[in-house]
Ligand binder design. Structure first.
Ligand code: GDP
Length: 427
């Protein structure tokens, strides 16, 4: 049985916590897209961890953690992260890396930096992890697949020379930066080969066999629906698909194998980087929510940047859930809202005087104004509650209001960062 855990919003919904929790019953957790540009924060018996490239199953000794072919694989970061969790007392996890995954090279990171520098004020707010240059090269067919590391040096040299020829034109004339040398690329590849060799595996065969044996497989998404390059807020998106459907491609499993799609949806909104954010709030109201948000404030797990804050957006979240193919919604960080007397919720968009509940394309989204409905707060701390009926009435009303607007069942309510902070609900 394959389940996917994905985000409904702009990322940072708490997917790491939900994956870590569900991973206790999973045999295999697979990362299928994205790279080390976003992080998951996980709190469990070993401590608090910000994972950027390891799947959130690494804390369970019975779980195999897989980096699928769809991932932007940064080998030094992966190895460093592995060492750092082992140093903190986590048993050495069973890691497998797809022989079809492609490698983030140091020049991808450089190109990301140079481009942000060139764009200056017009930048996309990249985390400078090399993700866009990496995926560009993958689809331009000049990337390095893990399997290629094990080829004869001459073949690699020829490819490296071709890469230098193309990239050096841009480096010289657009960015005015030091040029690449084929020799350095070869040396980098050699180092990566040694670092990654113990983990390389034919992942799609492994997953095929695991499915036949009835194993529990979790696909772990990064970021959220609205950052998807096709269905998100293009161009302020990421460079690989954030949708559960892509889990089939990025892990190498049949699309029909994905039986449950658990879409993680946060009880208020936050976003990083540029782009339209209709329900955004500012000033002291935003600062307070940011300070109280998540577990220790809403600041980027990778960059430390303060996140942009907003009220819950039913329009964006309903669309985000629909485009994922949601079977279950996990509604997270609800405990954070306990300080509010009243909670505004964005229920529709006003676009040039027309009221809509359908999420539009970017040019219209830029013009959208939020239509708010205000719900009463519950003014209490709901952490520690385990039964839905024990939640304050106004809190249940908030959940049921959102559920009705989403049109998908909220079957899990997360009321704290820990694994055990979860309330299950029947569909
Ligand atoms: P991800 O990228 O979707 O995994 O999300 P992040 O890890 O960036 O952000 C989620 C943050 O919220 C982390 O700091 C989590 O520890 C925290 N978190 C997750 N669920 C809850 C919850 O229900 N309540 C609170 N207070 N924090 C939560």
């Amino acid at each position: 049985m394959v389940k996917a855990v994905v985000g409904a919003n702009w990322g940072d919904e708490g997917k790491g916590k939900i994956t870590d929790m569900l991973a206790q019953e999973a045999d295999i957790v697979v990362r299928f897209q994205g790279g080390a540009n976003a992080g998951h924060t996980i709190v469990n018996k070993y401590g608090k961890f910000a994972l950027h490239s390891l799947p959130s199953g690494v804390f369970n000794d019975h779980t195999t953690s897989i980096i699928g072919n769809g991932v932007a694989l940064n080998i030094p970061i992966l190895i460093k992260e592995l060492q750092s969790i082992v140093e903190k007392g986590v048993p050495m996890p069973d890691i497998k890396v797809s022989d079809r995954a492609q490698i983030v090279m140091s020049y991808h990171i450089k190109f990301d930096e140079y481009e942000e520098e060139r764009l200056a004020g017009r930048s996309f707010g990249s985390t400078k992890s090399g993700i866009a240059p990496f995926y560009s090269d993958k689809f331009a067919k000049i990337g390095f697949q893990v399997s290629e590391l094990f080829q004869e040096e001459e073949v690699l040299r020829e490819k490296a020379e071709n890469i230098c020829e193309k990239k050096n034109v841009v480096l010289e004339y657009l960015y005015h930066k030091p040029l690449l040398k084929a020799e350095d690329i070869l040396e980098e590849l050699k180092q990566y080969r040694e670092m990654i060799a113990p983990y390389v595996c034919d992942v799609s065969t492994l997953l095929w066999n695991a499915q036949k044996e009835g194993k529990e497989i979790l696909l772990e998404g990064q970021l959220g629906s609205l950052k998807d390059p096709d269905h998100g807020i293009y161009p302020m998106v990421t460079s690989s698909s954030t949708l559960a459907a892509y889990g089939a491609v990025g892990a190498g499993i049949p699309p029909y194998a994905i039986k449950e799609i658990i879409t993680v949806c946060k009880a208020y909104s936050s976003a990083v980087g540029a782009g339209a954010f209709v329900s955004e709030i500012f000033g002291e109201e935003a600062d307070e929510l940011r300070r109280r948000g998540g577990d220790g404030g809403e600041y980027g797990a990778t960059t430390g940047r303060p996140r942009r804050m907003g009220w819950f957006d039913c329009v964006a979240s309903r669309y985000g859930c629909r485009i994922q193919g949601t079977t279950d919604v996990a509604f997270t960080v609800l405990d954070v809202l306990g300080y509010l007397d009243e909670i505004p919720v964005c229920v529709a968009y006003d676009i040039n005087g027309e009221i809509t509940t359908e999420f539009p394309t970017t040019p219209l989204l830029e013009k959208a104004k939020p239509v708010f409905e205000v719900l009463p707060g519950w003014k209490s701390d709901i952490r520690g509650i385990r039964n839905y009926e024990d939640l304050p009435l106004n809190c249940r009303r908030y959940i049921e209001f959102v559920e009705e607007k989403l049109g998908f069942p909220i079957t899990m309510v997360s009321n704290g960062p820990g694994r055990e902070d979860i309330i299950y609900r029947e569909k």
